[in-house]
Design a protein around this ligand. Structure first.
Ligand SMILES: Cc1cc2nc3c(=O)[nH]c(=O)nc-3n(C[C@H](O)[C@H](O)[C@H](O)COP(=O)(O)OP(=O)(O)OC[C@H]3O[C@@H](n4cnc5c(N)ncnc54)[C@H](O)[C@@H]3O)c2cc1C
Length: 490
């Protein structure tokens, strides 16, 4: 029986009310179609190509529609998951999209990049039944299917905007948090301007997450939607330098400000050789590759990037995976991923690790750089590493990596990408008197995302530390609701 025949049979039972939980458990989890590991090494197109309609409806039929909906508890923005999935079963994709949009403004993004395996899919009853989260209903893939269906209709409605209130709101940073705040505050009729430091809006969704995981066109469509709502977007504006928060409020007449400038400050290892030519922070590497289109080598890329042959990426998170997989696509013959713990402790998503391995990236686990070696021209020619073993758990609960003395070895490389974490962007904290920060430089907010200053709100990575798109969106919604309330009475 082919997939379509299976779907027809199951839909028949569903309509007759005779589809039992046991029938649902028997439906095979639908694999995501994707470009094969070899083909995709030489292109930047999206790796996962998306469910077909038949696959989506089969996957949706796996959902038991649990009364207590544990999946919804796992979703940071509380999407009515079982309701939208039920609409996919019925084939009413517009209704499914409307349900998702009640809580999430960026479903095509979240369906692609949310870590569902530790959020909505973790408590899924189907996954629990099989004691395997990979067998949970693929909520993220279904969200993506519905969002992509909506994009294909090309008639995305522009959210209605209330009558002008005469109040002005400034949004600093055009990442997912800023985009959500701009949408919700503009809906209430306020005059909204987004100020972005880069020449393009979108935040990490544009400069960090590579095209092969999140096509830039998707983010661009969201930005166009904002503009159609009447939101003004000013790029090349570094808040704290071009103008301060105080200037915006006291001289430019903004009644409220939202700070969503993210966590883009790269951390380094502070080892010998980090100043050498060919050492990049992952942020710089990815920004050059993504935002400046360095992958177009010579074809109009404003900012070049090294044409590396042998690349070492240091780190074990999603950012490290993105950098390593980008290096492959930029033509590197060998890409090594160096991580000081074992694969079990890697913070990267399992899917990313799996994809990286399929693309031929060599994992050097329980290894960490001791120094970076340079040649006579001051360029990287090697990286000296130490072997590690795991000791007792540390404060993070993960086993502490302990170096093995005398275990040094060298790998010949011409490029090193450091992907060991990012800190809060410090500029606004440094230039805004009275703004309370925590010891890591993140802005302190209350439950409404209000900062220590009246009329000033903040959210996303600048508050949470490097976190996720969905958490930035969730805080954006909270902040927007608080701003709208604040402006009602101001
Ligand atoms: C490489 C990489 C991969 C990631 N992968 C995932 C993933 O798969 N899934 C996931 O959920 N999350 C992922 N994340 C994390 C996620 O992207 C962030 O948590 C999220 O983008 C934070 O949103 P934000 O709106 O707070 O800030 P950002 O997206 O960081 O946007 C902040 C914006 O503010 C601008 N800005 C900074 N300073 C100023 C200033 N002074 N004035 C004006 N503008 C300024 C920046 O240029 C930027 O455009 C990844 C992060 C990175 C770096």
């Amino acid at each position: 029986m082919n997939d379509q025949q299976l779907l027809d049979e199951l839909l028949g039972k569903h309509k007759a009310g005779t589809l039992k939980p046991a029938d649902r458990y028997n439906i095979p989890p639908q694999a995501m179609p994707q470009q094969d590991g070899v083909t995709r090494r030489s292109n930047v197109s999206e790796v996962a190509t998306g469910y077909t309609e038949t696959q989506a409806r089969l996957e949706a039929l796996r959902c038991l529609g649990c009364k207590n909906a544990p999946c919804m508890e796992g979703c940071p923005v509380r999407i009515k998951i079982k309701d939208f999935i039920a609409q996919i079963v019925e084939g009413d994709f517009q209704k499914a999209l409307d349900i998702i949009r009640e809580n999430s403004l960026l479903p095509a993004v979240c369906g692609r990049v949310c870590p569902q395996e530790v959020q909505c899919q973790l408590p899924c009853t189907v996954g629990k039944k099989f004691k395997d989260v990979e067998k949970s209903v693929s909520i993220g893939r279904l969200e993506r299917f519905v969002a992509d269906w909506g994009r294909k209709q090309k008639e995305k409605s522009v959210p209605p905007v209330a009558a002008a209130t005469g109040k002005k709101v400034a949004i600093l940073g055009a990442g997912p948090g800023g985009i959500v705040v701009a949408t919700d505050v503009r809906r209430a009729g306020h005059d909204v301007t987004v100020f972005e430091a880069f020449h393009k809006p979108g935040g990490v969704m544009v400069y960090g997450i590579p095209e092969f995981r999140l096509p830039k066109a998707i983010v661009q469509e969201e930005i166009e939607g904002l503009k159609k709502m009447g939101v003004k977007i000013v790029c090349n504006f570094v808040a704290g330098r071009t103008k301060t928060v105080k200037d915006l409020m006291e001289k430019e007449g903004f009644d409220a400000v939202y700070i969503g400038v993210g966590a883009g400050l790269p951390m380094f290892m502070n080892i010998e050789g980090e100043h050498l030519i060919g050492v990049y922070s992952a942020n710089e590497y990815l920004t050059r590759a993504n935002l400046m289109r360095a992958y177009d080598f010579g074809k109009g890329a404003d900012t070049p990037i090294a044409m590396s042959k042998r690349v070492a990426v240091v780190g074990g998170g999603n950012v490290a995976m993105d950098a390593a997989r980008t290096a492959v696509r930029l033509g590197a013959e060998k890409v090594y991923l160096i991580y000081r713990r074992s694969e079990k402790e890697m913070p990267a998503r399992v899917e990313e690790v799996h994809h990286a391995k399929e693309e031929g990236i060599e994992f050097h686990l329980l290894r960490n750089p001791k120094r970076i070696i340079g040649n006579a021209d001051g360029a990287v020619c090697g990286i000296e590493c130490l072997k590690y073993e795991l000791g007792e758990p540390d404060a993070s609960g993960r086993r502490r990596p302990v170096p093995i003395e005398g275990s040094e070895f060298t790998i010949d490389v011409d490029t090193v990408v450091v992907a060991i974490g990012n800190g809060a962007n410090p500029l606004i904290g440094q230039t805004t008197q009275g703004l309370t920060l925590n010891k890591w430089g993140n802005i302190v907010v209350d439950e409404n995302c209000k900062t220590s200053l009246d009329g000033v709100y903040a959210g996303g990575d600048i508050v949470l530390g490097a976190a996720t798109v969905i958490l930035a969106m969730g805080q954006g919604r909270t902040a927007a609701a608080a701003i709208n309330k604040y402006l009602e009475t101001k």
